[in-house]
Write a protein that binds this ligand. Sequence first.
Ligand SMILES: Cc1ncc(COP(=O)(O)O)c(C=O)c1O
Length: 381
Amino acid sequence: MRTRWKTHAILARLQAELDELQRADQFRKVGAVEGINLCSNDYLGLSDDPRLKLALTSAIERQGERVCSTGSRLLSGNSSQWEMLEAKAASFVGAEAAVCFSSGYLANIGVLTSLLGPETTVFSDAANHASIIDGIRLSRANKVIFPHGDLQFLEEMLRASNDTRERFIVVESVFSMDGDLAPIEDLYVLAARYDAGLIVDEAHATGVMGPNGRGIVAQSGRPDCVIATIHTCGKALASTGAFVACAETTRRYIVNKARSFIFSTALPPFAAEQISEALSIVAGEDERRRHLRLLSEYLRVELNSRGFDTSRSESHIVPVVLGSNDTALSVAQSLIDRGFGVKAIRPPTVPAGTARLRLSLTSRLRFDDLATLVRALCDAR
Ligand SMILES: Cc1ncc(COP(=O)(O)O)c(C=O)c1O
């Protein structure tokens, strides 16, 4: 039997705010995605891969294997599986060391709150993910938000901030809402010129971009140009959790200082085995990466030639910018009615007036699916 809550002024206030969201077409609902899925982060289609299932079941069935970590990594939650995974993750990216977190959100919170502080200034791209924004807020660093991708503005701000504070620049390597890539080589130059530490969130690049899916920083061949890269394991790696790749000193510092690492129960050891297997699998999936790249290029060409705005997309994330919230909602609904699983992305996730469909492609899709999608979009607008 469920308890019905008594009326309370606080609940009335919550309801009033929800009504306001509804009026502004910003109300969000949890719901199942049906049809051809165009909002999944399962970029390489590994979420039902038999090799990953086998890695999981054999880890669980192995004698003596725990199904729960039993504590924080600094208490009883550590296990050899996590240590082996961290060594493997570091060499996957080409870094000196790696440290695992229970999610990408917690990794960003942990890295930013531990490395930054009131005595530092952070330069953050305006399109950075909510987990980066929250990490910066919690760090209480002095912050400068630069317009998305505007390195000229960034340089002016770096030049103007000629105080003695330590400086950091934080970007995503594949931006989650626009699907464009960070100009990584130019960022290395700026970071070196102004003696700033670069932090790069590779959430949407891990498994997909760079040689063997090792990410944009690995592709540049200069992992030592960054202070840390953040890699989520719940997207192309079809697993869970995240790892941060960095210098050994930074790893030790994070283990000692990052509260989201210290004060949170570690994921179970079988999760480490799944992620480890996923790293081996993605390294050999060039064909899926190639198919995904060709799909993305095809979709952009087809949409652009019909006048759709795909923003700056140059990856498997292809936004279709539609403008107002109600247009985005009605186009999304008509695509759903035609069998596509899409979501309208609205402010505050994206800037006001740029509500969009965010199409995230996976290697499971076929060119035919995208041709049908383009026709459906033309009919819906
Ligand atoms: C750029 C970026 N960073 C971090 C995260 C958080 O990762 P996780 O879902 O593993 O918490 C996301 C998730 O959507 C993301 O898009």
